[in-house]
Design a protein around this ligand. Structure first.
Ligand code: SF4
Ligand code: SF4
Length: 403
């Protein structure tokens, strides 16, 4: 892993301190069930925090109602018409005394990685190897996005409490929070709560798991290994804060901070929104008419339709009036893509292997460790769609291996 790899991109973030902006709750939500099956029926009255979807395999945590009201529809989503009362399910006090109760709490909270990856937190909190370091990821390296900064500004205490709970149970001795240079005001507060603050380098993608582990500890996660194999657990700052909140209040993951930004919005704004909030509802409030909407950042986000809703992993919604992809030309073998890859892959060679459908070569080129950060594509003068080719190359390799 190279410390110098990655790229410099304009962050488009003006404020160093960020506070959530108030917004009325929507009158209805459409909560994605993902891999869960519904546990409610049309016409049921539900309260905030009530389980509305569960997965037989306990890998995926449950889904909870984010507003109180009546279930109006069920397909891949549970649609709830809000009664505006904000009634919530009351829970018993949550006691965490050991690994089992820690994992159970994360599961029952419905917690997944809120940084965007969405990996179930209760699985991460059951490492097979011994871990000595918790890295809290507050890097948020994509342009425009300020959701984690908002959490770090407003919930520094909860982040520290969550870190203490996890460290206490897992026997972790070092709690580091990695933040951007322009989040140093949050850093001062976080260090007052006993966290070791690491200001990360200014290159994208400093928040990628392997990169932040290397920057914070100097440890390298080898191919096919997990962070825990080198003694580390990485959790997003909002995930850690939510765990602490759940332990204190019993309110599971029913809302999250979402940045609304992009060229059509003068400055990034952050809202704490119920899961399932229609994106169009917020854009209407902001008086924004977007032709294209990204769920996530400009580097790794995915274009979504007008009917998109806030999911557990929606950190940002970016609004554009146009999204243009420049015309692709042939590779001129300039080597720039090699120089910026944080995991030292050969994107141009992967591009060629993918187009030749050479699965053996894709494997030798280790396409499977590509984290789809987009750095290679960003610097390519020939405008090759390298991230997309890597993504497809990974799928091709996986399909060949599973055949
Ligand atoms: S998208 Fe993949 S190949 Fe390209 S720079 Fe990122 S990790 Fe490397
Ligand atoms: S940056 Fe683009 S043009 Fe240069 S070697 Fe890589 S793929 Fe080819």
């Amino acid at each position: 892993m190279s410390q110098l790899a990655g790229i410099h991109i304009n962050s488009n973030k003006k404020n160093t301190l960020v506070y959530e902006t108030e917004i009325e709750f929507p009158t209805f939500v459409r909560i994605p069930l993902g891999k869960c099956s519904p546990t409610v029926s049309i016409g049921d009255k539900v309260k905030i925090g009530q389980v509305i979807g569960e997965c037989e395999k306990k890998f995926t945590p449950p889904v909870h109602a984010s507003v109180s009201g009546t279930v109006k529809g069920i397909d891949d989503y549970v649609e709830i018409a809000s009664d505006g009362k904000k009634e919530r399910v009351l829970t018993d006090r949550i006691e965490i005394t050991n690994r089992e109760s820690l994992a159970k709490a994360a599961y029952e909270c419905g917690l997944v990685g809120l940084g965007g990856a969405g990996f179930p937190t209760h699985i991460k909190l059951q490492p097979k190897a011994t871990v000595d370091t918790l890295i809290i990821n507050g890097a948020e390296c994509e342009p425009y996005i300020i959701s984690d900064r908002c959490v770090m500004t407003q919930k520094a205490r909860e982040i520290a409490e969550g870190a203490d709970i996890i460290a206490g149970v897992l026997g972790i001795t070092r709690k580091i929070i990695g933040i951007e240079k322009n989040s140093t005001v949050c850093g001062e507060k976080l260090s007052q709560y006993g966290l070791e603050v690491k200001i990360l380098g200014d290159k994208y993608p400093k928040g990628a798991e392997k990169v932040i582990i290397y920057e914070c500890t100097g440890r390298v996660v080898e191919e096919k290994k997990l962070p825990s194999d080198c003694g580390v657990i990485v959790l997003n700052a909002a995930t850690v804060a939510k765990l602490a909140e759940y332990v204190k209040t019993g309110i599971p993951l029913v809302s999250r901070y979402v940045t609304f930004a992009g060229p059509l919005i003068s400055d990034s704004v952050c809202f704490n929104l119920p899961i399932g909030t229609p994106v169009s509802y917020v854009l209407d409030k902001l008086k924004v008419k977007a032709q294209h909407i990204l769920d996530g950042g400009v580097m790794m986000g995915k274009e979504v339709g007008e009917d998109a809703v806030v999911t557990k992993t929606t950190g940002a919604i970016l609004a554009f009036d146009e999204l243009t992809y420049p015309k692709e030309t042939s590779c001129i073998r300039c080597g720039r893509c090699y120089g910026v890859c944080p995991v030292m892959l050969s994107p141009a060679a992967i591009d060629r292997a993918y187009h030749k459908r050479d699965v053996k070569l894709l494997k030798n080129l280790k396409v499977n460790i590509c984290m789809e950060c987009g750095c290679c594509e960003y610097v390519c003068p020939a405008k090759r769609r390298l991230t997309e080719f890597n993504r497809r190359g990974k799928i091709m390799l996986k399909e060949a291996e599973n055949a």
